[in-house]
Design a protein around this ligand. Structure first.
Ligand code: ASP
Length: 357
């Protein structure tokens, strides 16, 4: 009798557990089917925004930029396709552009007023919201790698100048002679700006600042950046730059600043910025895009458009962003004449563009 009672009780319990499993199982299945995945993995890059006009680029130069953008993005795309992490895709893709003299990052970085090259970079992991950055470094071959290493191998987020170099050396990263970053083209740009400044100074002291600003405004900025989504749904973003030509007093722009130059959050999106850094810092461009998606439930397109075309433009800032959301939607947004840019989705569709559509 006791035995029968026990069996009925066990049967009832089993039935209860089974119905619970069935209920939650259906719920999970329903939820999964509600998620519309645009792309299982995706990657988007920029090589800087600015007054990039077709009439100023020879067909050879244009082809060289497009080829380098394609080479860079294909490296990251292959990593993602093979199941690699978005972090690896971002670093390896940016390194191709850092090593090219075409872009204002790594080799090819612009010159400071002191005729040196001072590099900035940042990296963010959208899964953990962990981040790393370096600012004002003069001898680290790959600033983006250093930025990621600050994130993985230190308890800090941003290291600067000499200290950052010591850290990089200790972690076994490649250190180069500062002359590695020299390119004649960038050196000549600095001389042109200095000459203009001097002419203005000789004639009208008051106009000096305006002339300096106008020149910077019209410069091709050339920072590089990348955002990637991997097959595990993790987003990473990174940005690397030489800053702005003729910068002085240890000026640091937005590129190494998390929330301005770079941001990534698996719940919303990843962003890399390029443009006039002072405005990007004040507008908190990268974080604002993520925040608009998180709190106002805007789409990636709506958020990037509002931040660049409305908020940044109203402040007087120029530049753009590349961004990608958790579902693999991608967005290019800029208020300048052009932006070197490329994207690739999980089907392998490649877009490489320079000018406005
Ligand atoms: N944002 C960079 C800076 O202000 C420049 C650039 O994007 O080219 O340092």
């Amino acid at each position: 009798m006791f035995c029968l009672k026990l069996n009925i009780k066990t049967m009832k319990q089993t039935l209860y557990i089974l119905s619970l499993l069935l209920f939650f199982g259906c719920k999970t299945e329903k939820k999964a089917s509600e998620i519309i995945k645009q792309n299982e993995f995706a990657i988007i890059i920029h090589g800087g925004a600015g007054t990039i006009l077709k009439k100023n680029l020879t067909p050879e130069k244009e082809a060289a930029y497009k080829a380098k953008l394609e080479e860079a993005i294909r490296i990251g795309h292959t990593i993602l396709k093979n199941g690699g992490t978005s972090g690896d895709a971002v670093v390896k893709t940016i390194q191709v552009m850092e090593e090219s003299p075409l872009f204002n990052a790594g080799k090819g970085a612009v010159f400071t007023n002191d005729e040196t090259n001072e590099l900035d970079a940042s990296f963010m992991d959208g899964k953990t919201l962990n981040a790393g950055a370096v600012a004002g470094v003069k001898d680290i071959k790959s600033p983006i790698e250093a930025a990621r290493t600050v994130m993985t191998d230190s308890e800090h987020v941003m290291l600067s100048g000499k200290g950052a170099s010591i850290f990089a050396k200790e972690k076994g990263l490649e250190i180069v002679d500062p002359s590695y970053f020299y390119t004649e083209r960038r050196f000549k740009s600095l001389q042109r700006i200095k000459d203009k400044e001097k002419t203005e100074l000789d004639h009208d002291e008051d106009k000096k600042v305006a002339f300096y600003d106008a020149d910077i405004k019209n410069a091709k900025f050339g920072t590089v950046g990348c955002v990637a989504l991997d097959k595990n749904g993790n987003i990473s973003a990174g940005t690397s730059t030489g800053g702005m030509t003729n910068k002085r007093w240890g000026r640091i722009g937005d590129s190494p600043i998390i929330g301005s130059g770079t941001y990534a959050n698996n719940l919303t999106c990843g962003v890399s910025s390029t443009g006039w850094g002072e405005y990007f810092i004040r507008a908190q461009v990268a974080y604002d895009i993520s925040a608009q998606m998180e709190y106002q439930h805007k789409s990636l397109k709506e958020a990037t458009k509002d931040v660049i075309q409305n908020k940044l433009t109203k402040l007087g800032g120029t530049g753009g962003v590349v961004a990608l959301d958790k579902n693999g939607n991608m967005s290019f947004e800029f208020n300048t004449a052009g932006m070197y840019r490329a994207s690739m989705n999980d089907k392998g569709t490649l877009i490489v563009k320079i000018y406005k559509d």
